[in-house]
Design a protein around this ligand. Structure first.
Ligand code: SF4
Length: 485
C-alpha cells in the first residue's frame, strides 16, 4: 500500500503549527515520513533518545520503570525493594503482566509491592539504616527468597545514600546476592537508561556466579522476553520443539539462577533488543557467545526467525525446524483465511515502547492490515533504522509523540485501529476509534509464536469489528444541536 508522502508531510506540519515556535522546531525533528530512499538504506532522520519537552504530555516513563518495572521485577525468586517513597512501587504493583510460575509470597515475589516507604526523617537523615532493617525482615518473612534487589527511586541519589555499601555488607550478613540498582527516575530521559543500568547491574552482581551441571550443543538463552500474558512460554515451546534447550529466560518467569548460568549458553536469542542489547553485547565480548535478533510476532516473521535460528545449528535442528513449520503452517493459514477478509486494508497506528512498534508490523500485515503511522516512546537511532525497511512509503514515523499529536494524527489519517498503552486507550474509545493495548495485550495474550497469533488475530477482529463503534457514532449523530457529549 502506498501512502501519499507529500500529503503526510504537510499533515505533520499542520499539526505541529499548534505549538509555540521553539517547541514546533523541536518536535519537527521527531517526525519522518518514510520515502523509498530511506526505506532502501534504512537511514533515519528522526531525533530520538533525547529529553521530552516540558508540558506536552509525553507518553514516557522513567529509569525506575525501565529497571524495576521491566528488567528486574519479573525475576520471580528475588524480592525487589522499591527504595524511596511509596508511590513508584504502588503504581507499578502488578500492572505489567510478566507471568511467572510459583506461589506468590512463597517462592514468587513478582506481583508484590515491597518498599522502604520513605518518610521525611529518611530524607533528612538518610535511608541506609532503614534499608538494612528491611533486608533482615525480608529474609525472615520470605525464607525462600534467593536474593534481593534495591531499585532506587528519585530521592535516593539526591540525598547521598550509599546503597552499594549497604548491599555489600548485608549480602555477607545474610549470605545471599543483594543487587543495588541506581535507577533513580531523574537519570536519563526515559525508561531506556533504566534498562541499561539494570543490565549493568546483572553484569556486575550476578553474571557468571553459578555453573550448569551439564552443558550441551543446543543450549540457548531467551533474552528480552518478559512473558507478557505468557509470551515467553509460547516462544519457548517452539524452540524446544525444534530441539533446542533453553537454559535461561530473561527475565519473564526468570529466576536468579537463570541470570547466573546464562553465560554457559551457545547462543543468545534476543527478542527485545532495546532493553537487553547491552547484555548480549557483554556476553559476546566476555564469553564469546554469539547472538541473533528474532521476531515471533505473526507467522511470516516466526517462520523467518525459526529458519534463521536453525541455520546456526546442525542438520538435525534444521530438519526439525522444517517439520515443525510444515505442521503449523496449515493452522496459521486457516487463521489468516478466517480473519483477513474481516481486517484487510484497515489502517493501523502504533505507538509503543522500544520494540513492538516495529516487531508487530508483520503480524498486522499477515492479516492484510496497513500500518500508516508508527512510533516509539524511547527507542534509539538503531531501532528506527530497523523499522524503516519494514514500512511502506509515506508511513509517518514518530518519536516520543505527545497526546495531542497522536489524537490529531488518528483523526486526520482516518485510522481504523490504534495500538498503544493504557494512558491512551480511553481517549480513543471516547473518540469512537477501536483501540488495543499493545503493552498489556488488553489482559489477553499471549501474542508470540503460533499460539500467540491465534489470540492476536481474534483480538484484533473482536476490537475492530465490534458493534459498539456503530453505537458510539450513532450517539454522536443523534445529539441535539448545541448539546455537548
Ligand atoms: S520519576 Fe522518580 S518518583 Fe517518578 S516513578 Fe520514577 S523513580 Fe518514582
Amino acid at each position: 500500500m502506498g501512502l501519499d508522502i507529500e500529503a503526510n508531510k504537510e499533515l505533520v506540519e499542520e499539526i505541529l503549527e499548534a505549538y509555540p515556535v521553539k517547541a514546533r522546531k523541536d518536535r519537527q525533528k521527531h517526525f519522518q515520513v518514510s520515502t523509498q530512499e530511506a526505506i532502501d538504506c534504512g537511514t533515519c532522520a528522526v531525533k530520538s533518545n533525547i529529553k521530552s519537552r516540558p508540558g506536552v504530555m509525553t507518553p514516557r516513563g522513567c529509569a525506575y520503570a525501565g529497571s524495576k518495572g521491566v528488567v528486574w521485577g519479573p525475576i520471580k525468586d528475588m524480592v525487589h525493594i522499591s527504595h524511596g517513597p511509596v508511590g513508584c512501587g504502588q503504581y507499578s504493583w502488578g500492572t505489567r503482566r510478566n507471568f511467572a510460575n510459583g506461589t506468590l509470597g512463597i517462592d514468587n515475589f513478582t506481583a508484590m509491592q515491597v518498599t522502604s516507604d520513605f518518610q521525611e526523617t529518611d530524607i533528612v537523615f538518610g535511608g541506609d539504616k532503614k534499608l538494612e532493617v528491611i533486608m533482615r525482615e525480608i529474609t525472615e518473612m520470605f525464607p525462600l527468597a534467593k536474593g534481593i534487589s534495591v531499585q532506587s527511586e528519585c530521592p535516593v541519589g539526591l540525598i547521598g545514600d550509599d546503597i552499594e555499601a549497604v548491599s555489600k555488607k548485608m549480602s555477607k550478613e545474610l549470605d545471599m546476592p543483594i543487587v543495588p540498582v541506581r535507577c533513580e527516575g531523574f537519570r536519563g530521559v526515559s525508561q531506556s537508561l533504566g534498562h541499561h543500568i539494570a543490565n549493568d547491574a546483572i553484569r556486575d552482581f550476578v553474571m557468571g556466579r553459578a555453573e550448569l551441571a551439564e552443558t550441551g550443543p543446543y543450549d540457548v538463552n531467551i533474552i528480552g522476553d518478559y512473558n507478557i500474558g505468557g509470551d515467553a512460554w509460547a516462544s519457548r515451546i517452539l524452540l524446544e520443539e525444534m530441539g533446542l534447550r533453553i537454559i535461561a529466560q530473561w527475565s519473564g518467569d526468570g529466576s536468579l539462577n537463570e541470570l547466573e548460568v546464562a553465560h554457559k549458553a551457545k547462543l543468545n536469542l534476543i527478542h527485545c533488543h532495546r532493553s537487553m542489547n547491552y547484555m548480549v553485547d557483554h556476553m559476546e565480548k566476555a564469553y564469546g557467545i554469539p547472538w541473533i535478533e528474532y521476531n515471533f510476532f505473526g507467522p511470516t516473521k516466526t517462520y523467518e526467525s525459526l529458519r534463521a535460528i536453525a541455520a546456526l545449528f546442525d542438520e538435525t535442528i534444521q530438519e526439525n525446524c522444517e517439520k515443525m513449520i510444515a505442521k503449523h503452517k496449515p493452522v496459521m493459514d486457516a487463521i489468516i483465511n478466517k480473519f483477513k477478509p474481516r481486517l484487510e486494508n484497515k489502517k493501523v497506528m502504533l505507538m509503543i515502547g522500544g520494540l513492538r512498534s516495529r516487531h508487530t508490523i508483520g503480524a498486522y500485515e499477515d492479516l492484510g492490515m496497513d500500518i500508516v503511522a508508527s512510533g516509539y516512546e524511547f527507542a534509539h537511532k538503531d531501532d528506527y533504522e530497523k523499522m524503516l525497511p519494514m514500512l511502506n512509503e509515506g508511513t509517518i514515523v514518530m518519536d516520543d509523540p505527545t497526546a495531542y499529536e497522536l489524537e490529531e494524527l488518528t483523526q486526520r489519517l482516518g485510522v481504523d485501529l490504534v495500538g498503544s498503552g493504557v494512558k491512551e486507550k480511553y481517549v480513543y474509545h471516547k473518540m469512537g476509534v477501536p483501540f488495543r493495548q499493545m503493552h498489556s495485550w488488553d489482559y489477553s495474550g499471549p501474542y508470540h509464536g503460533f499460539d500467540g497469533f491465534k489470540v492476536f488475530a481474534k483480538d484484533m477482529d473482536m476490537t475492530v469489528n465490534s458493534p459498539v463503534w456503530n453505537l458510539v457514532n450513532k450517539k454522536e449523530k443523534i445529539q441535539p444541536e448545541g448539546a455537548s457529549i
